[in-house]
Design a protein around this ligand. Sequence first.
Ligand SMILES: NC(=O)c1ccc[n+]([C@@H]2O[C@H](COP(=O)([O-])OP(=O)(O)OC[C@H]3O[C@@H](n4cnc5c(N)ncnc54)[C@H](OP(=O)(O)O)[C@@H]3O)[C@@H](O)[C@H]2O)c1
Length: 251
Amino acid sequence: MTRTAGRVALVTGASSGIGAATARLLAERGMRVVVNYLRSDQAAKQVVADIEAAGGQGMAVQADVRETAAVHAMTEQVRAAWGGVEVLVHNALTPYAIKSFQDMTWDELGGKLDDELRAAFTVTKAVLPAMTEQRRGRLIYLGTGLSRQPRAGMIALGTAKAALAQFARYLAQELGPQGITVNVVEPGPVTETRISKALDDEQRNRQIAATPLGRLAVPSDVAKAVAFYASDDNAFMTGTTAAVNGGLAMY
Ligand SMILES: NC(=O)c1ccc[n+]([C@@H]2O[C@H](COP(=O)([O-])OP(=O)(O)OC[C@H]3O[C@@H](n4cnc5c(N)ncnc54)[C@H](OP(=O)(O)O)[C@@H]3O)[C@@H](O)[C@H]2O)c1
């Protein structure tokens, strides 16, 4: 057993893709994992069933991470069952428009900025009291390499995630004295996720050719970086960003 055994981890958007892989891995490492989701009830229950079949503990909880009341109801349900959340992995992916700036309306760009930051703000506010009380906590946010390196059509997501990354650095500065680390994991393109299904073979092959490690990421590659930040192996890193992209972009 590691020292993380029994810790309560909340993974938002864990019914699919990177969130589901992260939930499974944290459970494998001995944490009790809350599998948050919005609509995919069956998929979330399947993630919990997989966790339990592997000998771990999981709990599926529906909540829209943009809704304060729903997020508070979720953390109250967790607190009653398992106690306060000690590890937050904020991974949920709210919808966004894929189009050029010239075709984009303010409602599309502003709406994504609002959703992205509102969700991060709301889940962070909800888990923070238990962390500050324990003087220990792990906050991990899923960003994207698109927040640094623009790609056609991705201005709404890239801009919103750049704001999220800076939000995380401000939290790292403020919360460090309370024993809370705050870090961002920024993947490049990840297969076996919903958005990856939009890539055609030519786009996929172009990305693989540009990646020194010679393949695209799979969700478990990203989950391993998250698990590092969630664990005691991360003793002294806060305010940092891990790029999980096989060398596609180096910064
Ligand atoms: N896929 C990539 O190539 C890639 C690359 C870089 C970064 N990322 C980042 O990694 C994270 C995960 O991406 P992914 O591609 O694995 O996602 P995904 O497969 O599209 O899954 C999205 C998850 O978010 C949940 N969700 C959406 N809106 C929500 C809401 N309002 N409240 C609660 N949950 C909500 C979905 O739940 P339901 O299914 O229940 O609705 C689902 O579990 C995102 O932050 C994304 O920006 C992904």
